[in-house]
Design a binder for this molecule. Structure first.
Ligand code: GTP
Ligand code: MG
Length: 190
């Protein structure tokens, strides 16, 4: 007898940070050097055997990061249990954009929404000239976020909003399965 869970997951973040590439690595274990920008959003499902007894099915909405599609996003994150907010580790603007997404999700997202902040293109960080967003910058942001949510009135029980951070590379595949494994472990399975 297996335990089964089915969950809606949405990816948000600036254009070209690698949202579709993360999904493709997870679902098909492949990577395209030249990938076309997503139009609107793409839907794909993937079933994951968490362990020998537990099966998790992800219903994935891969949204388009281009500004002109921004107004569509609430349609996708409103019913989601999990939001992956993705930025490009070599692109400061994309990190700022990810902070805006987290702010929006705090206000408009569901109360039980699990949010993961994903720094993608980890393979480029070995190259010093690309190493722009280091762990200190991200951790400082996350501690401010946690303190702010402690003081906000959305969480009346006094719990704070905890956003976990993980660095990935859709290109090398580093931490991609780990990311979805971590998410699956956070989710209620019956
Ligand atoms: P939109 O659909 O426009 O929102 O973009 P996206 O976030 O889906 O980005 P996409 O997956 O299309 O990737 C954009 C570009 O970055 C592509 O050329 C990818 O090959 C490249 N890319 C994605 N992930 C990685 C990565 O981990 N490392 C490197 N080096 N390149 C990556
Ligand atoms: Mg895309």
């Amino acid at each position: 007898l297996k335990r089964f869970g089915q969950f809606k997951l949405v990816l948000l973040g600036d254009s070209a940070v690698g949202k579709s590439s993360i999904v493709t690595r997870f679902v098909k274990n492949s990577f395209d050097e030249y990938r076309e920008s997503t139009i609107g959003a793409a839907f794909i499902t993937k079933t994951l055997d968490l362990d020998s007894l537990t099966v998790v099915k992800f219903e994935i909405w891969d949204t388009a990061g281009q500004e002109r599609y921004k107004s569509l996003a609430p349609m996708y994150y409103r019913n989601a249990q999990v939001a992956l907010v993705v930025f490009d580790l070599t692109d400061l603007e994309s990190f700022k954009k990810s902070q805006k997404w987290i702010e929006e999700l705090k206000i408009q997202g569901g109360d039980d929404l699990i949010i993961k902040l994903v720094g993608n293109k980890l393979d480029l960080q070995d190259d010093v000239k690309f190493n722009i967003i280091d762990d200190d910058i991200v951790n400082e942001y996350l501690s401010i976020l946690e303190n702010n949510s402690k003081n906000s009135n959305k969480n009346i029980d006094g719990t704070s909003m905890k956003v976990e951070y993980i660095k990935t590379s859709a290109k090398s595949g580093e931490n991609i399965s780990k990311l979805f494994q971590l998410i699956a472990e956070d989710l209620p399975v019956e």
